[in-house]
Write a protein that binds this ligand. Structure first.
Ligand code: MSP
Length: 656
């Protein structure tokens, strides 16, 4: 019989920087679902990839004197390494720079144009480059991007427009009639009330002011808007628009697009409207998960609070990290990330509950039966309840996994693990072991535990891909038929003569106090090492100096001033005076906090050639590291202008 298909996707990530633990969260959850469906017998297509075009990437690449492609190639390699480390079992990785995707997008654009869903006009409005999103005046909040709160840029360009407004009523109807379409359901109301009901405006879908994107085939001066480019990946990856559309025919529509909450809007409005215009079926479900937050806010490089998934995985193990992400946060809601919470979960759930259950079981089989259980076994009065809990656990885990409620699924699996540990306390095998006549009772207890552990191994396998192998190894389970989901629906499939192979504990306990000390020291060291600086010195008041205030040429030589180019700039959250700029100085990039927000909009700073004191002692301003000082001239009238250099000179040139 042909297997039923299951097509699942992650968002395609911006390779504008290395990914952090928040991105891994989304991918681990999607991977868990893909693995679950595979073990349930589906023909799974799991797609992930990278979203490589756009103005932001073009600017960063320019600042590093490389081509955008050279820039993204390096980060994409890094991302692929991360997914390998995190045991992400994707079937396909799409890059929006892939030739097949580029051609597919061009075809999609042309088809929409030919059908009259795209028309040419001119755009005048606002654009948020970090979010690569257009906004109308009324969508802005205090004149800023409603999503990220950063400055927006005024745009006036001849552009193509997609007739989004035409699909408004059909979209509302579809969302209301298909309760499963947007999950969790709270996000559905947000889409209807905040976006659809107030009215959709046609969407600007091409740009002319930069080059790094997919050219509109029939009007080469225009490039396709990144979100049209990016969303199309879900079908171009299956060959839509190419000569070979077999995968598209087989896997489309997607069973679920897993996305973070801030991009639910693009996936439940723009994407379905595009598909309606292309006369294609809509995805069955869009699951909008919450954010992994740190100290109450979203992780971001400029806040200096990003957590590196590679470091965590290497320190604590991939399965422990995956377990934490899946168990700690209810999928759909925001959740806080702390090292303490991670270590506590490892110690209590993994080392104490699961690790101990395995090592006690294996240890007792070794101690009382020389490593092999006899076939003669005799049940006890506690078995029935363990078997009942095992059965219920399989059923409930299935229910939760189908709904992508990973945290509930793991909580349920731990009900069985804890029940088994309680069973050991109830039956006291160490007392039975003293009575030679009760060997068959003892054998049965250890068999019940071994069989429960086999069931646990299968149940955790979608979320924790390598731990089950450790369990199978220690219980000498070699037969693949005992590792299937179907095999755990019946208790007792494991042969009675369990043999064991002793090994080291799967999850050693972590000394939380010592570990936190090490982590804190590391954080302090990183802070000291980060070359930083503070502006904000009092300005010189007078032009006439007495001799005592003269400095020697050697004193002056101590101050290193260089030319730099501002490549990113944003307001520091919670401050109306400070701007945080990223400045390219030769091959270096420094982050500088300066008190110039009253005089410059961040967008005015980008591209400016400024003069930077590069050897000031680093400081933290409002929790953000500042690595230097941008020189500025100010006078008593309250004017302030940053100092720039005359003529054409590159960044990193010394000012003397
Ligand atoms: N390129 C777009 C997606 C296009 S899909 C057709 C994009 N990329 S992203 O790299 O900025 O974000 C990718 C995903 O990572 C988003 O779903 C986003 O919600 C998720 N996360 C980024 N930071 C996150 C957390 N701190 N926590 C959880 N998920 C987070 O958007």
């Amino acid at each position: 019989m042909e297997k039923e298909k299951f097509y699942i996707t992650t968002p395609i990530y911006y390779p504008s920087d290395k990914l952090h633990i928040g991105h891994s969260y989304c991918t681990v959850a999607t991977d868990t679902m893909a693995r679950y469906k595979r073990i349930r017998g589906y023909d799974v297509m799991f797609l992930t990839g990278s979203d490589e075009h756009g103005q932001k990437i073009e600017r960063i690449a320019k600042s590093q004197n490389v081509t955008p492609k050279q820039y993204v190639d390096k980060i994409v390699d890094w991302i692929k390494e991360l997914w390998e480390l995190m045991d992400i079992s994707y079937d396909r990785y799409i890059r929006t720079t892939d030739e097949k995707h580029v051609k597919g997008v061009q075809k999609i654009f042309k088809k929409l144009y030919d059908n009259g869903d795209i028309y040419k006009s001119s755009y005048e409005g606002w654009y948020c480059t970090p979010c690569e999103t257009f906004y109308t005046e009324r969508q802005l909040v205090d004149g800023k991007c409603p999503d990220c709160g950063r400055e927006v840029e005024k745009l006036k360009e001849e552009s193509y427009f997609f007739k989004l407004s035409k699909y408004q009523e059909r979209l509302i109807k579809h969302i209301e009639e298909n309760v499963e379409f947007i999950q969790p359901s709270s996000r559905k109301n947000e889409m209807i009330n905040n976006f659809l009901k107030p009215g959709l405006e046609d969407l600007c879908v091409s740009r002319t002011s930069f080059k790094w994107g997919i050219p509109v085939e029939f009007d080469k001066g225009h490039i396709v808007y990144v979100w049209i480019d990016a969303l199309s990946n879900y079908i171009t990856a299956l060959g839509y628009g190419s000569e070979d559309e077999r995968d598209f025919k087989k896997y489309w529509p997607a069973d679920v697009h897993v996305v973070g909450k801030e991009i639910v809007r693009f996936h439940t409005i723009i994407w379905p409207a595009m598909l309606m215009a292309l006369e294609l079926p809509l995805p069955k479900k869009i699951f909008g998960h919450g954010w992994l937050i740190i100290d109450g806010g979203k992780m971001s490089k400029s806040k200096g609070n990003v957590v590196d998934p590679k470091e965590l995985a290497e320190r604590y193990g991939v399965d422990a990290l995956r377990y934490f992400l899946l168990r700690e946060i209810a999928f759909g809601q925001d959740g806080n990330f702390t090292n303490e919470a991670l270590i506590q979960r490892i110690n209590s759930d993994l080392a104490n509950d699961l690790g101990n259950l395995l090592s006690r079981t294996v240890g007792m089989i070794e101690k009382y039966f020389n490593g092999k259980l006899p076939n003669e076994q005799k049940g006890n009065s506690f078995d029935t309840d363990v078997i009942k809990v095992a059965k219920e656990t399989v059923e409930k885990t299935e229910e939760y996994m189908e709904k992508m409620l990973f945290s509930d699924a793991f909580a349920q699996i731990w009900v069985l693990i804890r029940r088994c540990n309680k069973y050991i306390d109830e039956t006291c095998p160490w007392i039975i072991a003293k009575d030679e006549k009760r060997k068959d009772e003892l054998a049965n207890i250890l068999y019940t535990l071994s069989e429960s552990l086999r069931i646990v191994a299968v149940l955790i396998s979608p979320g924790m891909p390598s731990t089950p192998n450790e369990i199978y190894k220690q219980l000498s389970i070699k037969d693949d038929n005992l590792k299937t989901w179907d095999s755990i629906k019946e208790f007792g499939k494991l042969a009675k003569d369990v043999k064991i192979e002793k090994a080291l504990p799967v999850f050693p306990r972590i000394d939380i106090k010592k570990e936190l000390e090490v982590l804190n020291k590391k954080a302090e060291k990183a802070q000291k090492e980060s070359v930083c600086n503070n502006k904000g010195k009092d300005k010189e008041k007078a032009n006439n100096f007495d001799e005592s205030s003269f400095i020697s040429i050697d004193d002056f030589a101590k101050v290193k001033i260089k030319t730099g180019e501002v490549i990113e700039c944003e307001k520091l959250e919670g401050s109306d005076k400070l701007l945080v700029s990223k400045i390219k100085i030769g091959n270096d990039i420094k982050q500088i906090v300066s008190g110039i927000a009253k005089y410059y909009e961040p967008s005015q700073m980008i591209g400016k050639k400024v003069c930077v004191v590069v050897n000031l002692k680093p400081v933290k301003l409002r929790g953000v590291v500042s690595e230097g000082m941008i020189l500025a001239a100010s006078d008593d009238s309250g004017k302030l202008n940053v100092v720039t250099v005359d003529g054409d000179i590159g960044s990193g040139a010394e000012i003397k």
